[in-house]
Design a protein around this ligand. Sequence first.
Ligand SMILES: [Zn+2]
Ligand SMILES: [Zn+2]
Length: 351
Amino acid sequence: MISYQFMEHGKPLQKVLHDTPRPKGTEVLVRVTRSGVCHSDLHIWDGYFDWGNGKKFYVKDRGCIPPFTLGHEPFGVVEAIGPQAKGVKIGQKRIVFPWIGCGKCPVCKEGLDNYCVSGSRFLGVNRPGAYASHVLIPHPKYLVDSAGIEDGFAATLACSGLTTYSAVAKLPDLGPKDWVAVLGCGGLGLICVSVLRAQGVKNIVACDIDPAKLEAAKKLGAKLALDTRTPDAAQKLQGLAMGQLAGAIDLVGMPATAGLALGALRKGGRYVLCGLFGGELVYPLPPIAQRGIGIVGSYVGNLQELKEVVALAKKKKLKATPVSTRPAGEVTQILEDLKAGKVLGRVVLAF
Ligand SMILES: [Zn+2]
Ligand SMILES: [Zn+2]
C-alpha cells in the first residue's frame, strides 16, 4: 500500500510503500478512493495547537509521532474483511467514520466515541489516516453507506459534514426572528450553511474576510454576509441580525472570532466553538452571566450523527459544497494552498 507521510513536522509529505495489512477478527480493510484534506490537518502537520500567549499543545503528547499519515475524511471500497466482521461485503463503497474511541470506556459505550476518555483511535489524528491507499478499521460498524451521494462530497461528510451537523445540534431553540452567524466560510463554514438550511434555518449571516468565500456561502443559502475586516464588526453583525443573534458557530476559533460572536449575541444566545485556529479567550466575565450567554465547545461528532447527516445528503436536503478532486501526489501543495487560504470549499485527494 501507499501512504503519504510526514517524516518531520512541517516538512513535505513523502510517498511511502509498505505492506498492506490483512484484517484480523472484526477488522475491515478499506481501499481509499477519496480522502478529504481538512484545515485541522495543518495543525497536526505543524505539530502543535496554539493555546495563546506563547503556550502550545504538542500533538506528540496525544500519540501523533512522525512518520505519520494524516487524513480523517476517508471514503473507499471494502477490499478485505476479517473472519468475524459481519454485515459488510467486499466491493461495497463506504464512508469511514474516523473518530473511533477505545470502545470500552463509559463514554464510548454511550456511542460518543468522539469524546472517548481512555485511548481514542482517531484516524489521521493518533492512528494512521487516509492520506493512503488503504485504511484498516477495527469494526464494520464504523462504515456508513452513502449510495447516491457523489464520492468526493461523501468523503467530506466524515469531518466537515459531521462537525457542523453536531455544532448545529448544539444551538438553542430558534424562534422565527432569530439569526445564526457562521464564522469562517472555509470547507466547514460552507457545509455549515448547507446543514443549517437542511435543518430549516433561514436567517443565516455568513462571516469571513474573503469576499469569494462569502459569495459561495450566499449561493448555498446564507441570507446575509459580513466582511469581518470592518473595525466595528460586532456592531455590524448585531445590526444585520436585528439584535436577534441567537447562535454563533465559530469554525475559525481565534480571539477575533470569539470576541465577534460574544459581542454580537443576544441575551440567552449561544456561542458554539469548533475551530482550532488557536489563541486564548480573554473576555469580561460579568456580561456572560448577565446576558445568559452559553459557551459550548464541539469536537467533530458521533457515529449516529454521521448517519443522520448522510441521510440528509441522501434525501438531497443537503446542498453539496464546492469539492475539487486532485491527485493524491499533490498533497503537500494542497496543504500549502489551504494554509494560504487559497482553497474554496474542500479539496479531496483521489487515489
Ligand atoms: Zn477535519
Ligand atoms: Zn472510549
